[in-house]
Design a binder for this molecule. Structure first.
Ligand code: ISE
Length: 342
């Protein structure tokens, strides 16, 4: 039968996923909704035909629930993901995995003890057609040895509480995963450059910033993070290799129009417009995998590595120094039913 899902946290992302599960995703339905705001939970539950369960851990343990989608605030994740592992239920967890490195690594270890992958991270860009094509181009050798990655990440606007720390943990975290995904290696150091700030930023907040990552083999990755551009949602990535370069985020971000002898276009206003298809693909593949008791996408190690890099990034903002990232040992992949070697 259908995968019966509990959705924890129905803010913007959780509600988006709940609606997708109820209307666009095959093989799944939402049976339980949980949110710390009871009226919000009730509203979404009524819309998708689910029950409200007030306690998040009870929602995870509910006998009717096969799998869990976590879209609560990051500080709630450590306990909730652990409860999913304890219950042996597949989970799709929105980033961040947790809010600190130690609790993230505890989940890496807990999943390793369990011996099979159950935790998938919501790094949706990996499911975006353009990112997938770029990855394919690199792996097929089409660019030769990749030397540099340049990223641009602009949001039109954010609330005033969005400090540099938020910019790293909430926004730059996507480029952390993109860099690890495209280059297939870990990030080993982070530096952050703070220049002139937009007058749209609160006094003392550096926006934009340039983040520079160094990878294990010595490659460089730059990321412009600018969350108060006032313009649109612009996400571009360029990979420069020894035999060519490739850039994504140009066309899909732009609906070109021709009228009255002029051409121009509209840029995607927000991340749902830019990555809506990626979210749906991510969810559909997670559902299919969860029905087999496993995951299909970035896992708990990717979540841990991203948290570790962001923690170094926050320190790099404060100090202006190049901050090393030292990851703890990666557990050997477990032998799983789908034939992974361990
Ligand atoms: C937000 O949390 C996201 O995940 C978006 O993709 C990103 O563009 C934005 O900066 C974040 O705040």
């Amino acid at each position: 039968g259908d995968l019966r899902v509990a959705v924890l946290g129905v803010g913007m992302m959780g509600a988006f996923h709940a609606d997708a599960l109820a209307t666009r995703t095959k093989g799944a339905r939402v049976v339980v909704v949980n949110d710390f705001a009871p009226d919000k939970a009730a509203e979404v539950a009524a819309r998708v035909g689910a029950r409200v369960v007030d306690d998040p851990i009870a929602a995870i343990d509910d006998p009717e629930v096969d799998a869990v989608l976590i879209a609560t605030p990051g500080r709630a994740h450590a306990e909730q993901v652990q409860a999913c592992l304890d219950a042996g239920k597949p989970v799709l967890c929105e980033k961040p995995l947790t809010t600190d490195e130690a609790s993230s690594y505890a989940l890496v270890e807990a999943e390793a003890r369990l011996g099979r992958p159950l935790v998938q991270l919501g790094f949706m860009r990996r499911f975006d057609a353009e990112y997938a094509a770029l990855k394919q181009l690199i792996t097929s050798g089409g660019l030769g040895n990749p030397l540099l990655v340049h990223c641009t990440h602009r949001n039109p606007t954010v609330p005033d509480f969005f400090t540099e720390e938020f910019m790293i943990r909430d926004s730059v975290v996507h480029e952390v995963d993109v860099a690890r995904f495209l280059l297939d290696e870990e990030i080993t150091a982070v530096q952050v450059l703070r220049g002139v700030a937009t007058s749209a930023a609160p006094e003392g907040t550096s926006d934009p910033m340039i983040v520079v990552f160094e990878t294990a083999s010595g490659r460089l990755v730059t990321d412009e993070i600018y969350v108060r551009s006032g313009v649109a949602y612009e996400v571009r990535t360029e990979v420069v290799g020894e035999s060519g370069s490739a850039m994504i985020g140009l066309d899909q971000n732009l609906v070109r129009t021709s009228t009255d002898g002029r051409w121009g276009g509209t840029i995607t206003p927000g991340f749902v417009e830019r990555f809506g298809q990626a979210y749906d693909t991510e969810l559909q593949r997670w559902v299919a995998a969860a029905r087999r008791g496993t995951i299909d996408g970035p896992g708990v190690w990717d979540g841990y590595a991203a948290v570790a890099v962001c923690e170094a990034g926050v320190q790099a903002v404060r100090t202006g120094e190049k901050v090393p990232v030292v990851l703890k040992p990666r557990p050997r992949p477990s032998t799983s039913s789908d034939g992974g070697s361990g």
